[in-house]
Design a binder for this molecule. Structure first.
Ligand SMILES: [Zn+2]
Length: 520
């Protein structure tokens, strides 16, 4: 048993609580709680720190995020010399046969705007295969050993991509050719990435995630499913995972269903969540599907990555097995197309919890359709940081007026916040700040202030709303007796901070299932 005393509890008047095994056992004043302890109770004096339910990241890619962290981080490099030096340091720690993979450089931020190249990487190593990806992910630079292992030479060609072996540059569809030579994923490599990813999540106070992992590093969804099930069984998970199940083909999805899997199979560590589909691209790359062209490039209106009929086939098959779908839809055409499909399939009140992921470019009409059908919304206030400076350029002032409608959605349907990590760092406090201010942190830009959440709404978007979207509010996402003891301890209450500095509040401790999984 553990007693936590002298705390400021979110939405509770008491200042202390007892944790028995994995659950909150009692709440009370510090005196009341101290009266209930036994000689072997551990007493933790929180000295006035603030306690919130463990934060919930409603949509991310835990496995992809963990792998991202294993790569050499190059985003802060300001020159090629620095980039090569950083790679060289990592090269010295690698075991034979391992690849050296770096990510995130941006030559636009270098003192001299010059790309790294094959020659430079060869100076780092001629024996270790090296591949570094630009921050956008659409360009890769590799050394001679990497080209050799991938069987790429000056005669290689690829549709929809370019290869420049002289300089070691690979673009677009040439990148998978190189990646095909990377070591095959194993149970071990996947487990290691999950361990890394969840450890980092815990640092931000996160104790539960909706995560899309099955085919993010491999097409072998059974391998990933197997590893996650084993980790849950062995008690190795420090975040609860609600799996957003993605498959390479509808046939593979049918096999999954045929094996007896569907939503809710599993336990409170690893549970099968909804089917995950992607219907369009992104705003940044102008691939999000719009009704009208992009305002800053009238030749483009993005495109659907799945047809309406395909979406219907998947959603219907899932619904036949009581499995909801959650669908990535960023542009208004994508949102509208998904809603057309939902109109025929979703039952009144949306009892299965079908959802929309991202909810970015939406007209008032689509917002009303979401409300009418009670569609769950998975949104990312963290996107405001990068998107506030480009939104009006991309879609014009008029369309921008109803975009990222987080308040409208939060007040009418279940709407839960998340990071989409590794797209964004899963920094919950920064996400709360952005939801409240709708102002970019890095640039002087803001988004429609009508849609600012209150501080309480923003906190709830990362706690109880996440639990609601997973149908788990009777088990976590709230500070309540008999719920799992999942909580985050912050240095000071979010409600007391200046809204522009919420992101600077330190997370002091994260407890999941009654166990401390992070401590500053
Ligand atoms: Zn995603």
């Amino acid at each position: 048993m553990r007693a936590f005393i002298h705390a400021k509890l979110y939405e509770r008047s008491e200042d202390a609580f007892l944790v028995q095994d994995d659950r909150f056992a009692a709440f009370g004043s510090t005196d009341e709680i101290l009266a209930q302890i036994t000689p072997d109770t551990e007493v933790v004096d929180l000295n006035g720190a603030a306690v919130y339910p463990g934060f919930i990241d409603s949509h991310c890619h835990l496995l992809g995020f963990g792998r991202f962290l294993e790569n050499v981080q190059l985003s802060s490099c300001r020159s090629n010399d620095e980039l090569y030096a950083r790679l060289k340091r990592r090269a010295e720690t690698l075991a034979p046969g391992e690849w050296l993979i770096g990510r995130g450089f941006n030559e636009e931020t270098f003192d001299v705007r010059e790309l790294p190249d094959r020659e430079g990487l060869d100076r780092v190593s001629r024996d270790i295969p090296i591949a570094v990806t630009r921050m956008c992910g659409h360009k890769m630079v590799v050394n001679s050993k990497a080209l050799e292992l991938a069987g790429i030479d000056e005669n290689s060609r690829v549709e929809g991509g370019t290869i420049n072996t002289e300089r070691g540059f690979l673009e677009e569809n040439a990148i998978p050719l190189l990646q095909a030579a990377w070591p095959k994923e194993t149970e071990d490599s996947i487990r290691k990435a999950i361990l890394q990813g969840q450890k980092e999540m815990n640092r931000y106070g996160i104790t539960a995630v909706g995560s899309d992992d099955f085919i993010s590093l491999t097409d072998d969804w059974r391998l990933v499913l197997n590893v996650l099930s084993k980790m849950a069984y062995r008690g190795e998970l420090t975040v609860r995972i609600n799996e957003q199940c993605e498959f390479p083909t509808v046939q593979e999805f049918a096999k999954f269903l045929d094996d007896g899997y569907t939503t809710d199979v599993g336990d409170d560590f690893f549970r099968i969540g909804p089917l995950k589909l992607l219907s369009d691209g992104s705003l940044g790359a102008r691939t999000a599907a719009l009704f009208e062209p992009y305002s800053d490039d009238p030749s483009k209106r993005g495109y659907m990555t799945m047809s309406r009929d395909d979406i219907r086939t998947w959603v219907k098959l899932a619904a036949d097995y009581n499995m909801p779908s959650v669908i990535h839809a960023i542009g208004d055409l994508a949102v509208s197309t998904v809603l057309d499909v939902y109109e025929d399939i979703v039952l009144p009140g949306n009892p299965l919890h079908h959802g929309l992921v991202h909810c970015q470019i939406m007209s008032p009409e689509e917002i009303n359709r979401v409300k009418a059908m009670h569609i769950d919304c998975y949104f990312q206030s963290l996107f405001i940081d990068d998107d506030a400076p480009i939104l009006s350029k991309r879609v014009g002032v008029e369309r921008a007026g109803s975009c990222y409608p987080f308040k409208s959605l939060s007040e009418s349907v279940i709407a839960a916040n998340g990071s989409d990590a590794p797209v964004e760092t899963p920094d919950v406090l920064k996400g709360i700040q952005l939801a409240v201010t709708r102002k970019s942190v890095s640039e002087d830009a803001a988004m429609n202030p009508k849609e600012c959440l209150s501080v309480k709404q923003a906190i709830d978007s990362y706690t109880v709303c996440g639990a609601r979207i997973f149908s788990a509010e009777d088990r976590f996402g709230v500070l309540k007796e008999d719920c799992y003891a999942d909580f985050a301890v912050l240095d000071t209450p979010i409600e007391n901070a200046e809204i522009e500095s919420i992101r600077n509040i330190p997370v002091m401790m994260t407890v999941m299932n009654g166990e401390t999984v992070f401590e500053r």
